[in-house]
Write a protein that binds this ligand. Structure first.
Ligand SMILES: [Zn+2]
Length: 265
């Protein structure tokens, strides 16, 4: 077996994929094919599922020979879900880190990769820069056999989602859940339970998902972020986030599939 890392090629934030019928896959290149342009920046991504991976940034060409294509992050994540989702999320965040921390935020001097994989260091004041990861909570709130769904004004028509928000400095995840729920819909919740987590590289979130039970209050749209919020039974859900790759959809589907909620498909 070769120890040569497998290459993941990127051009202008799009990843090189191979079309295989109606599906896509990551082509297994260990050497650059001749048709990729020579100017390349290589980032060692480390091991992924037992395989060493390098991310290689190339400058072109924009048009690729069949069956290869460049795909932007969102469609690429959807095309490769669930396999390779976390790999692409990681690659994308490493590329962003490398682009966004070329100069020190404290003294303005240039930074250099510090020998370790994901550490850039200021050449002057030694400050360190790592890929930014922004934790965010998302919560499914149950009340009897219903869940709370809400929509922002910029959601597609009739599409509803869950309460979510970024963790603020100095907060625990549980405090974020209580604060966001109260700020957005004026409710109190109890029985918080961790559900699952998911990297969400738009641009650098880590979604931490909870379920909770209603504990009090009336729905009140308090901070102007939401346009509507209401309780819905599992067999009478409105439009949901279209993409099955989001953890919001996984939370809602999990609730709807739970027969103890009275849902009868
Ligand atoms: Zn500095």
């Amino acid at each position: 077996m070769s120890n040569t890392p497998q290459k993941l090629y990127y051009c202008n934030d799009s990843v090189l994929l191979e079309k295989e019928g109606p599906r896509y896959r990551i082509p297994a290149f260990s050497e650059a094919p001749l048709w990729l342009e020579a100017h390349q920046i290589i980032h060692t991504l480390g091991m992924y599922e037992g395989v060493a991976i390098d991310v290689v940034e190339v400058t072109g060409p924009t048009e690729l020979p069949h069956p290869y294509t460049w795909l932007a992050l969102r469609p690429a994540l959807e095309a490769l879900y669930p396999r390779s989702f976390n790999l692409l999320a990681r690659a994308h965040q490493v590329l962003s880190w490398d682009k966004n921390h070329r100069y020190c935020g404290r003294c303005g001097a240039e930074t250099k990769v510090n020998g370790k994989s994901f550490e850039r260091q200021c050449a002057s004041c030694q400050l360190l820069f790592y890929p930014r990861i922004s934790p965010s909570i998302i919560v499914l709130i149950r009340k009897d056999d219903k869940i709370l769904l809400a929509r922002k004004a910029d959601f597609p028509r009739n599409v509803y989602g869950l309460i979510a928000g970024f963790v603020e400095a100095g907060e625990t995840l549980e405090e974020t859940v209580h604060r966001e729920v109260y700020e957005e819909v004026g409710l109190r919740v109890k029985n918080l339970q961790y559900f699952d987590s998911q990297p969400w590289p738009f641009p650098d979130s880590l979604m931490i998902a909870f379920t909770a039970d209603y504990a009090g209050g009336e729905i009140e749209l308090r901070d102007g972020e939401l346009e509507a919020a209401a309780w819905y039974k599992a067999d009478n859900l409105p439009g949901l986030p279209g993409s099955s790759i989001s953890i919001a959809r996984k939370l809602i589907d999990n609730f709807a599939a739970d027969k103890s909620n009275g849902y009868r498909p």
